[in-house]
Write a protein that binds this ligand. Structure first.
Ligand SMILES: Nc1ncnc2c1ncn2[C@@H]1O[C@H](COP(=O)(O)OP(=O)(O)OP(=O)(O)O)[C@@H](O)[C@H]1O
Ligand SMILES: [Mg+2]
Length: 254
């Protein structure tokens, strides 16, 4: 995993498909995520973002296709190299913030107590909840729970982070802090896959995939995607709509 010889992409997905009964949630999707970048997955409700992330972290098994992380197929051993923040926080509501973050550090294998204490503090500081570390989750606001969930996903300092809409409900000031932190992690070689609806998040990503009905309709840097519209003033929202319309026109002419 940390092998110096491996020089390929952090994540490589080939022809991935997943159905819930007869609903195609992820449909023949291929993707490469280079190492050390923030890769955004953007798409409307139901486009398959959560399903894709759950496939990547190994919580769902693909119907077809393959996934490789740092050149290796998914395995139990990989889980300590992966951090996952689910869309809906799965925290122990009767435990405190610090106990929750510590619990995740333990299950992800941070055994050394002193190290764990340091990493737990760093993660809670990042989400700006250190003064409230002894509060139980039950007493927190929605946005605060979201922040604890982010702290839990990264407390073991994984080289691969999968964040499912981490900025939802997070106030603008803290969102700026999050992005500074993510970019800092990228500089240290951490690869981040992040799903979002907001163009604010999208603009921070190094590369983006636009998702629709389980398929990638466009992929590139934010600049490339905006340029593809042919309009110099185009926003990422304009770019998304441009690709949706192009795809629909393509389908009609078939
Ligand atoms: N457990 C499930 N059982 C059946 N269908 C599901 C299940 N989870 C998701 N789906 C369906 O799969 C499709 C993709 O859902 P998914 O949750 O991956 O979308 P999403 O892009 O994450 O949406 P959102 O932006 O609302 O989070 C949707 O049509 C959804 O209804
Ligand atoms: Mg989702």
């Amino acid at each position: 995993m940390t092998s110096r010889e491996y020089t390929g992409p952090a994540i490589k997905v080939n022809d991935l498909s997943f159905n819930y009964k007869n609903l195609k949630a992820v449909d023949q999707l291929s993707l490469e995520v280079p190492r050390g970048m923030s890769f955004g997955v953007l798409g409307p409700n139901g486009s398959g973002k959560t399903t894709l992330i759950r496939l990547l972290v190994g919580l769902l098994k693909p119907k077809y296709g393959t996934i490789h992380m740092m050149g290796q197929p998914p395995s139990r051993k990989m889980s300590r190299y992966i951090g996952y923040m689910p869309q809906l926080a799965s925290l122990y509501t009767e435990l405190s913030i610090a106990q929750n973050v510590d619990f995740f550090a333990r299950i992800y294998g941070v055994r050394n107590r002193a190290e764990r204490r340091m990493q737990v503090e760093e993660a809670i500081q990042l989400v700006d909840l250190w003064p409230r570390r002894r509060d139980s989750i039950y007493n927190l606001s929605g946005g605060m729970k979201q922040r604890v969930s982010l702290a839990c996903s990264m407390v073991h300092r994984p080289p691969l982070l999968f964040l499912d809409e981490p900025t939802v409900g997070v106030d603008p000031k803290l969102r700026v802090t999050f992005w500074e932190y993510f970019q800092n992690l990228n500089k240290q070689g951490v690869t981040i896959v992040i799903s979002s609806h907001t163009m604010d998040d999208a603009a921070h990503c190094d590369r983006l995939a636009f998702l629709r009905e389980g398929r990638i309709i466009a992929e590139g840097t934010p600049y490339e995607l905006r340029q593809a519209t042919g309009q110099s003033e185009a926003t990422l929202e304009d770019a998304f709509l441009y690709f949706v319309v192009s795809m629909e026109e393509g389908n009609e002419s078939k």
